[in-house]
Design a protein around this ligand. Structure first.
Ligand SMILES: C[S@@+](CC[C@H](N)C(=O)[O-])C[C@H]1O[C@@H](n2cnc3c(N)ncnc32)[C@H](O)[C@@H]1O
Length: 201
């Protein structure tokens, strides 16, 4: 299921309000993801939205940041908040069209991978494999299996659980592991870590 039609009905402000309910303030997912970002990293954020995660990452770490999103309104808000920043590129395109560069960190925050069908998820993860540096790390943040999925109008996620994917990730060439954390609003989330070499956290 492609959720573009859902996001087209959801204002940037409402998207941010939803995030607040799941992650609190300061956002727990940002705290978790930040631990794995180093100064100088080339970071790709898939489905960067309004910059809820991207902006503080840019501000905290001296990174080269590429944010990709298919929603023009979200990117417009991101650009407005970011102003003119060196080493920041926002691209309005489906992630499937990004190629060529490699990245030290590839982020799929806040259930972004669930916006793809299972077949697309496989293709996007294979794409992430080719975009990831040999020593790089890819991080996916999703609801844990203990968590009831969110229901919003026409939103139809294809939920991603590490246990279901572990074997397939290995076949794709990834080394992988997962961990869980609880957000400051009490929601259990699962982080999936993917790497090409032994650079897992
Ligand atoms: C749940 S929101 C997360 C936004 C942001 N990462 C955050 O944490 O606030 C998912 C985002 O993924 C974007 N998205 C969905 N499918 C996409 C695709 N194929 N390519 C790029 N972006 C996509 C949506 O437009 C939306 O902004």
């Amino acid at each position: 299921m492609n959720n573009d039609a859902f996001y087209a009905t959801l204002s940037s402000e409402t998207l941010r309000e939803f995030a607040l309910k799941t992650f609190g303030d300061p956002p727990s997912d940002l705290e978790e993801i930040s631990k794995y970002i180093s100064n100088g990293d080339r970071v790709l954020e898939v489905g960067c939205g309004t910059g809820r995660i991207g902006l503080p990452l840019i501000q905290r770490h001296n990174i080269e940041y590429t944010g990709v999103d298919s929603n023009a309104a979200y990117l417009e808000m991101f650009q407005k908040l970011a102003g003119q920043q060196p080493r920041v590129e926002l691209i309005k395109q489906p992630i499937q069209k990004i190629s060529k560069q490699t990245f030290d960190k590839i982020l799929f925050p806040w259930t972004v991978i669930a916006d793809f069908t299972e077949l697309e998820q496989k293709a996007v993860l294979q794409q992430a494999y080719s975009l990831l540096d040999e020593r790089g790390l890819c991080i996916l943040d999703n609801p844990s299996q203990n968590q009831k999925p969110n229901q919003y109008g026409i939103y139809q996620p294809t939920l991603f659980y590490y246990q279901h994917w572990k074997e397939r990730l290995g076949h794709m060439g990834f080394m992988s592991e997962s961990s869980t954390y609880i957000t400051r609003t009490g929601v259990e989330r699962e982080l999936t870590f993917l790497a090409k070499s032994d650079s897992l956290p």
